[in-house]
Ligand binder design. Structure first.
Ligand SMILES: [Zn+2]
Length: 361
């Protein structure tokens, strides 16, 4: 163990390159190339690290059409890979996570009335939150019409078609809580996104997010680059790799105060992710997987139509004894070990921030 601790977090060294876009966090114009990546067969790009704030971003960035095509292909690939049973299990897991999060707010005397979830997926995290706060009204924002239709029909949420990068004036000052779980690693311009979220919140409103620890998330691409010199494959559009300190500083600059900020889940760290230079941890060398071919397969996918009551028909989900639901969910999802993201160790960063003022652009 001591041996490992001496090595982490390992330094990611790149070579100086001319970047096409300034750092989205600190506007720096110089950069270091960490890896070359192929986003499906859609675009070849680079992962470039900022020498000032340590943020790593895709350079050049994907445009909206490229993102839409790749995301749709990924959605189908994941659908074909996981199968229906596993998806239903994931719905319930997300419900339990929503319950745990809801009670964590309750313990802080926070009772949101209007919530907005960006990129809600199945919508079950917010459903768990609703179990704790029956009076909450949930709106969701997504770009994918399948996700929008599902959330409207299955959960009766208010739905908004859009992306977090584009400001929607109608939403300004409307929400007590904005949720972005596994979203900010996907956005083109994190500075703009945080400005928008700040504006969507009422004064004193809260922002909750989870996102991969960038250092560990980028490690596999870095290894492919140093071992093979070839491009690696980027199938999920993680275009941002956050440094724990850099992200925190940005949030504060954008008008948020830290309530909770920590990293958890060290399973991958213990397996070498983020520090061990081992070829087994590499991302596969790019085969330029054909996104169009996968999208063509979508026609054969049957629509999923299991009712919510059946999905949530579990012994521990009881409206009349919510403490049972809470304790079981806590038992399943509580992370005992929490450390500061500034160490850049661990799998995921979790944050709860409070709007303190308006963002400076
Ligand atoms: Zn920077």
């Amino acid at each position: 163990m001591k041996k490992i601790l001496g090595k982490i977090p390992a330094v990611i060294e790149g070579k100086p390159v001319r970047r096409e876009e300034n750092c989205r966090i600190c506007d720096e114009t110089s950069g270091e190339q960490i890896a070359v990546v192929d986003y499906w067969n859609i675009k070849t790009s680079r992962l470039v690290k900022c020498p000032v704030c340590n943020h790593i971003q895709l350079d050049p960035m994907l445009n909206e059409t490229e993102t839409a095509k790749g995301c749709f292909a990924y959605y189908i690939e994941e659908f074909l890979r996981t199968g229906k049973e596993e998806q239903l299990k994931n719905h319930v897991r997300n419900f339990r996570r929503g319950v745990v999060f809801g009670y964590s707010l309750k313990r802080k005397n926070i009772s949101p009335r209007y919530g907005l979830e960006l990129g809600p997926g199945s919508g079950y995290f917010s459903a768990g939150l609703m179990f704790v706060f029956p009076g909450i009204e949930i709106s969701i924002m997504d770009v994918n019409m399948d996700v929008i239709d599902f959330n409207r029909e299955h959960h009766n949420y208010e739905v908004i078609q859009g992306i977090p990068d584009n400001f929607i004036a109608d939403l300004a000052g409307k929400f007590d809580l904005v949720i972005a779980r596994d979203i900010i690693e996907h956005v083109t311009d994190i500075s703009k996104v945080l400005t928008n979220i700040n504006l969507y919140l009422k004064p004193g409103g809260y922002f909750h997010f989870i996102t991969p620890n960038g250092h560990e998330d980028v490690w596999k691409h870095y290894l492919t680059s140093i071992f093979t010199g070839s491009a690696s494959e980027l199938l999920i559009n993680h275009v941002n790799y956050y440094d724990g300190t850099g992200l925190k500083n940005l949030l504060i600059r954008k008008g948020f105060d830290t309530v909770e900020y920590y990293t958890y889940n060290f399973k991958y760290t213990l397996r070498g992710s983020g520090w061990e230079k081992n070829q087994k941890l590499m991302s596969p060398v790019s085969k330029r997987t054909d996104a169009g071919m996968l999208i063509n397969k979508a026609a054969g996918i049957p629509a999923t139509g299991t009712a919510k009551e059946n999905i949530l028909h579990k012994w521990y989900i009881q409206k009349k004894a919510k403490w049972i639901t809470y304790l079981y969910s806590l038992y399943q999802h509580f992370s005992l070990i929490r450390i500061s993201p500034e160490f850049n160790v661990g799998h995921e960063i979790r944050g709860l921030y409070k709007k303190s003022g308006h963002a400076n652009n």
